[in-house]
Design a protein around this ligand. Structure first.
Ligand code: TMP
Length: 211
């Protein structure tokens, strides 16, 4: 069977993890080998980089450091998990990928997209997901859900950002989707979990039918 690389994107609290998990269950019911993973993270080394990226601390993190660490984690994740799994015929469902870098580091932090383009060239030239599901909801809806979810550890370094940051993230995601409508499919994530999953399955179903 042909492997697939499918990514899920969206701002904070849009229900991404729930949708990724439900999609994996459904695809497995169709007899597909599914590998679930996430970015930043997904392999032991990339998960250590994730900790560095998310922890709050006294030392401010320059945007360039954040950007490079995202791609450092991505490089090892692609080489050691994503590419081998897709090559052997698995369907890799990944919670965030490079579109998140354009949205968060580009839109949110204002890093020049030419810098991100250069890192894409260095780390994954010509390698993009077969499908990207962008879960889109108003920033307020997402932030309210994300705050409810925060446990004893409190917010991570990204979740402490202000609303305007997440508005820029959302705009950058939608702008990317408008430029690549074939790959990046926007799903209204303000609907119920079940209604969103129906929309996601319709998108996945097209790939399942073509396998
Ligand atoms: P998560 O909460 O979806 O697991 O993602 C962790 C944080 O990492 C989230 O706030 C978004 C951020 N992030 C970026 O800023 N750039 C990226 O390229 C990726 C993959 C995630």
């Amino acid at each position: 069977m042909q492997g697939r690389f499918i990514t899920f994107e969206g701002g904070e609290g849009v229900g991404k993890s729930t949708q990724v998990a439900a999609s994996a269950t459904w695809l497995r019911q169709q007899g597909i080998e599914v590998v679930l993973t996430r970015e930043p993270g997904g392999t032991p080394r990339a998960e250590r980089l994730r900790q560095i990226l998310l922890e709050r601390g006294d030392e401010p993190m320059p945007g360039s450091c954040e950007l490079l660490l995202m791609f450092a984690a991505r490089a090892t994740h692609l080489a050691n998990l994503v590419r081998p799994a897709v090559a052997r015929g698995a369907w890799v469902l990944c919670d965030r990928f490079t579109d998140a870098t354009y949205a968060y580091q580009g839109g949110g932090r204002g890093m020049p997209s030419s810098h991100i383009d250069a890192l894409v060239q260095a780390v994954h030239p010509d390698y993009w997901p077969d499908l990207t599901v962008l879960l889109d909801a108003p920033v307020e809806t997402g932030l309210a859900r994300a705050h409810e979810r925060n446990g004893a550890n409190g917010p991570d370094r990204f979740e402490t950002e202000q609303r305007e940051f997440f508005e820029r993230v959302r705009e950058a995601y939608l702008a990317r989707a408008a430029r690549e409508p074939q790959r990046i499919r926007v799903v209204d994530a303000s609907a119920s979990v079940d209604a969103v999953q129906q929309q996601v399955r319709a998108l996945l179903g097209a790939l399942v039918a073509g396998r």
